[in-house]
Design a binder for this molecule. Structure first.
Ligand SMILES: [Zn+2]
Length: 273
């Protein structure tokens, strides 16, 4: 399967070195929304969808807080819909979307593909459609989610995958795209493992934010990122434990499994080089 690495939403929060950029705390610290577009024998599969066309046209869909804190660039050219077209495909070619979770910066592009089935982990869909807390009512945007035509919730269960539980994301016998539950950042947050033919690419979504957090030798993200991670998680203990498991996976199986996350521009650049 051919895999394209897309940035479906540049953001530019202030924070400088504290957020992985350079300079002082008022300097911009670029972040991306790293999504995958997979060419498969069953059409195109999109892993995460970033921000969508309607979000670019009407940024109020994203809420004041998100816009103020993350400084999204909001360019149509960065939407998955436009990048699919730029690669020579049609919107109908995207048959499946597999979100890591449904936060607004991951679900914005879902309504742009009305013909695609959205294979989301059932606990995440439940939380997103009926947010139990005020914070969750803000992070999940009803205006994005009500535009999704074909939900295909994936129930918990499945098989062992490098010591993690895994669930087949797509219908039928396909075992080359797996949901790997990694709760903590959100209730039903998952990684998405994609078989590349010579190993696995594990899209970890927001289970970590900076490559140092899963470095085989161990490491820490810049202080601002660590602060942010702890502010937006629903279960800190689960998030920290899962991040540790991912670091151990990178250490013990780094030759077979390559880890990426959503918002680290250095990882995206490395994948594209
Ligand atoms: Zn995110």
């Amino acid at each position: 399967m051919r895999i394209h690495h897309l940035n479906c939403g540049s953001m530019c929060p202030r924070g400088g070195r504290l957020f992985g950029g350079s300079g002082g705390p008022w300097a911009p610290a670029p972040m991306c929304c790293h999504c995958l577009l997979i060419e498969s024998d069953d059409g195109l599969i999109l892993v995460d969808s970033g921000l969508g066309v309607e979000d670019v046209a009407d940024p109020s869909r994203l809420g004041f807080l998100f816009n103020a804190l993350t400084g999204p660039r909001l360019q149509v050219s960065e939407t998955a819909l436009r990048q699919v077209a730029d690669l020579g495909f049609s919107v109908a070619d995207v048959r499946h979307i597999v979100p890591t979770h449904l936060d607004l910066d991951h679900a914005g592009g879902l309504p742009d593909f009305p013909g695609a089935s959205v294979h989301v982990y059932a606990p995440e869909l439940k939380a997103a459609l009926n947010p139990p807390t005020l914070i969750e009512r803000n992070r999940y945007r009803a205006v994005q989610l009500t535009g999704v035509a074909k939900w295909a919730p994936v129930e918990p269960g499945g098989e062992d995958w490098y010591g993690f539980s895994s669930v087949r994301a797509l219908p039928g016998a396909r075992d080359d795209v797996l949901l790997i539950p990694l709760p903590g950042h959100s209730r039903g947050h998952c990684g998405v493992a994609v078989s590349t033919g010579h190993g696995w690419l594990l899209h970890c979504g927001d289970a970590y934010f900076h490559h140092a957090e899963v470095a085989p030798a161990g490491g820490r993200a810049p202080a601002g990122i660590r602060w942010f991670e702890s502010r937006v998680n629903v279960d800190k203990a689960a998030r920290v434990a899962n991040q540790k498991r991912l670091q151990q996976l990178a250490r013990d199986h780094g030759g077979e499994v390559k880890l990426i996350c959503s918002h680290d521009p250095a990882e995206l650049a490395a994948c594209r080089s």
